[in-house]
Design a protein around this ligand. Structure first.
Ligand code: GLN
Length: 234
């Protein structure tokens, strides 16, 4: 069975609200199936070689400034990876940097790497709380998590939302969308961390990376957790 190579981008800077739990989920869900998974931490100054999955977590504006500058060095390579249908998952601040730019409240615009046709501008209020999303991408068709951001993200062109907001604010609190997808690039505002509470979405990413559907696992506990959070406002 094919090995999965997973790159964790800038974990020392963008790894807020337990986003590292997404890496653990992918690691365990591969290991439980006997799928070999190789995880590389990519930090500032490191070169980036080819991987099957790229993960980037969330963070405060300050850390995003440093990562925004570093990512520009790898924009061409990561765009080629996107076009070869590599899988990307960006959470919140990492999601924002996969678009064209993030304009924070103060200071200059932070350039993203335009893996998806989206942009983000800081809003006047912070969106904090539980999130439930209705999605067509996976079964069950719900995704749950926790949001904490002031950035308002707007999708353009062929970039589609992950799903529709049921509980929470999502991309911008106005258009009823949450997250984004273009090719195999996914972004979401859902911390939590996201994948442990959405094992079906974790398996969807593994399927895209492997090129075949992984065998099912006993997700009794994970599904109990997921279902306990669906439509949970507080
Ligand atoms: N700093 C960005 C914002 O406030 C992202 C925050 C985050 O990653 N939780 O929108």
């Amino acid at each position: 069975m094919k090995k999965i190579r997973l790159a964790h981008l800038y974990p020392k800077l963008l790894n807020i609200y337990g986003d590292g739990g997404n890496i653990l989920t992918l690691k365990k869900r591969c290991e439980w199936r006997g799928i070999e998974i190789e995880i590389d931490e990519i930090n500032i100054g490191d070169n980036i070689k080819e991987h099957d999955i790229y993960f980037i977590g969330g963070g405060q504006d300050l850390q995003q400034i440093e990562v925004s500058k570093e990512l520009q060095k790898h924009k061409e390579f990561l765009t080629e990876e996107r076009d070869k249908m590599a899988v990307f998952l960006g959470i919140c601040g990492g999601y924002q940097l996969m678009g064209h730019y993030y304009q924070p409240h103060n200071g200059d615009k932070l350039l993203g790497i335009s893996l998806m046709d989206a942009y983000t501008v800081a809003g006047n209020k912070r969106f904090i709380g539980n999130v439930t999303v209705q999605t067509e991408l996976v079964e069950p068709n719900t995704l749950v998590g926790f949001e904490n951001h002031s950035g308002l993200t707007y999708l353009q062109g062929e970039t589609e939302a992950l799903g529709k907001m049921v509980i929470g604010n999502g991309n911008n609190g106005k258009d009823g969308t949450e997250g984004a997808r273009f090719k195999n690039v996914f972004g979401t505002y859902m911390h939590g961390s996201f994948l442990p509470k959405n094992p079906h979405f974790a398996d969807y990413l593994i399927e895209l990376a492997l090129g075949s559907k992984p065998e099912p696992l006993d997700d009794t506990i994970e599904n109990l957790t997921h279902n306990s959070l669906v439509n949970k406002k507080y």
